[in-house]
Design a protein around this ligand. Structure first.
Ligand code: P1T
Length: 383
């Protein structure tokens, strides 16, 4: 079956006991056993729950892998992957990452005695140069948050594997509709399902997908042992959102292409980051490893922080909010929101300056989105 069909049907057969066409919300913490250890596949909802299992099967199918695990948030999913690391191990991470991922690496992974090196994610040679005999994991987001940098997944997978390390790709921005990292050589895919997969900004969740049986066994053990699982209702909301992923991504992308081109020609905009623009430094890699550029656009306003502030306050259709990937358009100010945890000099060094604004382009009528950014740009210039 093809992608849009699997999004609606994988793991989602009619309920065998009632015929319910839609996966029911199995709002039960426990499952009655006929005799000790004799049950229908579920014992206790931390270990496994039918609604969550349906979501896990659907997500694995969309990423083209054999195993899926759902978590309570994207960061809980990431933490499951980082649990594979022991004291003395080394991680190479691309530099442009969601601020919460950097915070997790710096405050919980590094403090366990795991060494972390950040490299330019756009340069495979930088990964190669950072490899040590203790490197166990390479971690990238592609496209990255917030600068929309791309990492060449196939090239970096080869480098990771040559040193015996695993490559994990945070595929939140691309979604499996546009990019399937395991087919390109990655070992693990991570998602914040809060974003495009859920798609309606009404649930927080995460997922880890892999085709590797041994990694899956360890991650599955961690999921049950540490317990950071989503409840049945959130699993159900994310599964419902997932059904329309293909159609939503097409609309996000259509609007993002129009908006990115419009912003590129606009007065007061220094730079637009969008993998679908011919000016994106990795436009060729984008067309090779993704089937489309997605719906995220970042822009750098010429007037720096004061202009960005005026821009954000003048928006009416875009909401000023953390998160992304919902049907509604959102604007984010990375330096004071998603990446506020990083020290200012570190943000500047990573290219997240005061003029940077990130847009999650929704699926509203694009004319209204253009009118909104034009009004906000006029306000930004008026200062
Ligand atoms: O918020 P949570 O579901 O825990 O997911 C964390 C996360 C992981 N990976 C990427 C690429 C992300 O963007 C996020 C969360 N990001 C935001 C909340 C944001 O506004 O960028």
């Amino acid at each position: 079956m093809r992608f849009a069909t699997r999004a609606i049907h994988a793991g989602q057969d009619p309920d065998p006991t009632t015929g319910a066409t839609i996966i029911p919300i199995s709002q039960s913490s426990t499952f009655t056993q006929a005799a000790p250890g004799v049950h229908k596949g579920f014992e206790y909802s931390r270990s496994g729950n039918p609604t969550r299992a349906a979501l896990e099967t659907a997500l694995a199918s969309l990423e083209g892998v054999g195993h899926g695990l759902a978590f309570a948030s994207g960061l809980a999913a990431e933490n499951a992957v980082f649990s594979l690391l022991a004291t003395g191990d080394h991680v190479i991470a691309a530099e442009d990452l969601y601020g919460g991922t950097v915070r997790l690496l710096e405050t919980t992974v590094r403090t366990r005695g795991v060494d972390v090196t950040y490299v330019d994610g756009t340069d495979p040679e930088a990964f190669e140069a950072a490899v040590t005999p203790r490197t166990r994991l390479v971690w990238v987001e592609t496209p990255s948050n917030p600068l929309l940098h791309l990492t060449d997944i196939a090239a970096v997978a080869e480098i990771a594997h040559a040193s015996g390390a695993a490559l994990a790709v945070d595929n939140t921005f691309a979604t499996p509709y546009l990019q399937q990292p395991v087919a390109l050589g990655a070992d693990i895919v991570v998602h914040s399902t809060t974003k495009y997969i859920g798609g309606h900004s009404d649930a927080v969740g995460g997922a880890v997908l892999t085709d590797d049986d041994e990694l899956f066994d360890r991650l599955r053990f961690y999921q049950n042992a540490a317990g950071g699982i989503p409840g049945p209702f959130d699993s159900w909301l994310i599964l419902r959102g997932l059904k329309t992923l293909a159609v939503r991504m097409r609309e996000h992308e259509k609007n993002a292409r129009v908006l990115a081109a419009h912003l590129s020609a606009a007065e007061g905009v220094d730079m637009v980051h969008f993998p679908g623009l011919p000016s994106h430094p990795q436009a060729r890699l984008a067309s090779r490893q993704m089937s489309g550029p997605g719906g995220m656009v970042s822009l750098r306003l010429a007037g720096g922080k004061p202009a960005a502030r005026r821009f954000l306050l003048a928006l009416r259709v875009f909401s000023l909010a953390e998160s992304l990937g919902g049907v509604e358009s959102l604007a984010c100010y990375p330096s004071e929101m998603t990446h506020a945890w990083l020290p200012e000099d570190e943000r500047e060094r990573r290219g997240i300056g005061g003029g940077l604004v990130r847009l999650s382009v929704g699926i509203e009528d694009v004319e209204d989105l253009i009118a909104d950014v034009d009004r906000a740009l006029a306000a930004a210039r008026a200062g």
